[in-house]
Design a protein around this ligand. Structure first.
Ligand code: FAD
Ligand code: EPU
Length: 346
């Protein structure tokens, strides 16, 4: 394994910010991953697994070892009722979606064009256009990094929630995801529940129709990280009580709110930020995206400090206007560990 020393992380995360890491290495197998964690020379060094860095903000130079997950391989088996896919954690998510749609295995089309690795998809239970990973995930294979012990979690054990799972909590840092099992039922029906997809007739729409439409909507709203650095939605859509939601609805009848299974309501954070007229607002090289207020972009050579200052301004402005505190979806990394913006603001 070739270890890169003192390299810029710019090509390894979608914000494209020029911060350095002390060391960077690729792991192509689960055994290679475990051997890094068990190696004496890295024992006291901070270590971070990175897929495509599309949900990460490096707040400063990373003082340890970045381990790029490059575990490949896709196995497909078929039963009378389903296709079963066993996918190496380092495979590209969008390429997987494209391949399944092209090969007549529908079910992932609503999740097209989400950047990142397959192995990262269960971590925040990726979701878009009415579908979440939990709807198709059968199991997640993990490895305990200190011991090399492998384990298979079924979907229930992953504790999937909105942008959440066990991998952000109990299993964070101690385990790595090495493969994901996906089941695609042959009794497929298109999911046209999300606003812009409602124009399709569910009786005639094909997976290709949905795939093409999702790609086209996403390209019109979301900045391409290859052209303008970003990490998708910077904040989560806040979940508030039904009482607070009805107060907001009476004050702002057009506010987009969505019912949650627990009786609570989800509010569109992009709408809240947009109402505060923050689209195009800039701190240094960081900017609130002009087409989608929920996305903060590296507009021109932004520093981590620019993005953090902009995020704090957005949080404070929305809080003053709506008494709602936004939480960041993007994972912040300090020089050695994950950190929250609230800790940085202290
Ligand atoms: P990374 O950013 O590399 O890592 C994310 C976290 O997971 C880090 O904490 C990392 O340490 C950890 N990690 C990575 N791999 C492993 C592993 N194998 N084992 C254990 N821990 C690991 N998300 C959505 O849900 N829906 C969307 O519609 C969406 N749209 C986006 C659009 C754009 C333009 C961008 C840039 C991002 C978008 N995202 C979206 C966010 C992002 O695509 C997802 O969170 C994606 O799953 C991250 O994958 P990654 O490989 O880049 O993870
Ligand atoms: N809106 C505005 N102004 C804006 C942005 C949004 O008024 O600047 C309004 C829209 O008009 C719409 C509502 O807010 O009524 C929701 O907007 P959109 O459909 O674009 O979705 P979102 O809530 O902003 C969420 C996810 C996205 C996912 C899309 C599609 C979160 C945090 N974000 O965005 O996921 O792709 O829905 O399902 O849940 C990500 O997680 O990185 C991500 C991009």
């Amino acid at each position: 394994m070739k270890v890169l020393q003192d390299r810029s992380l710019a090509p390894f995360h979608t914000f494209g910010i020029d911060v350095k890491a002390k060391q960077i290495v690729e792991a192509e197998t689960a055994d290679e991953l475990a051997s890094i964690w068990q190696s004496k020379c890295y024992q006291t060094v901070p270590k971070l697994i990175v897929g495509q860095g599309s949900n990460l903000l490096f707040c400063e130079e990373y003082s340890g070892l970045i381990v790029l997950n490059r575990i490949k391989g896709i196995d497909i088996t078929e039963t009378e009722s389903s296709f079963h896919l066993h996918i190496g954690a380092g495979e590209d998510w969008h390429q997987l979606v494209k391949m399944t749609v092209e090969q007549g295995m529908p079910g992932l089309e609503n999740l097209a064009l989400i950047p990142g690795c397959v192995g990262s998809s269960p971590i925040q239970n990726i979701g878009a256009y009415g579908v979440e990973l939990k709807d198709v995930c059968q199991y997640v294979d993990i490895i305990e990094l200190e011991t090399g012990l492998r384990q298979r979690l079924n979907a229930d054990e992953c504790e999937f929630g909105y942008r959440d799972s066990i991998f952000k909590h109990q299993l964070k840092n101690s385990h790595a995801i090495i493969a994901v099992g996906i089941e695609l039922t042959k009794a497929w029906r298109p999911n046209t529940s999300y606003g812009p997809l409602a124009k399709f007739d569910p009786n005639t729409a094909t997976a290709s129709n949905i795939f093409d439409e999702v790609c086209s909507i996403r390209r019109s709203k979301l900045p391409d990280p290859a052209l303008m650095g970003n990490a998708g939605s910077f904040f989560k859509n806040p979940i508030i009580s039904a009482e607070q939601a009805s107060r907001l609805i009476s004050q702002y009848p057009t506010i987009p709110v969505y019912s949650q299974p627990n009786g609570k309501m989800k509010v569109a954070a992009g709408w809240l930020i947009d109402q505060c007229r923050l689209k195009g607002f800039q701190v240094g090289g960081a900017r609130v995206h002009d087409q989608q207020a929920l996305v903060l972009v590296n507009y021109h050579r932004a520093s981590p400090g620019d993005i953090i200052a902009l995020a704090l301004h957005v949080i404070q402005t929305v809080e003053s206007a709506f008494a709602i505190t936004l939480e960041h979806e993007v994972r912040f990394m300090s020089s050695s560990d994950e950190i929250l913006i609230t800790e940085l603001a202290q």
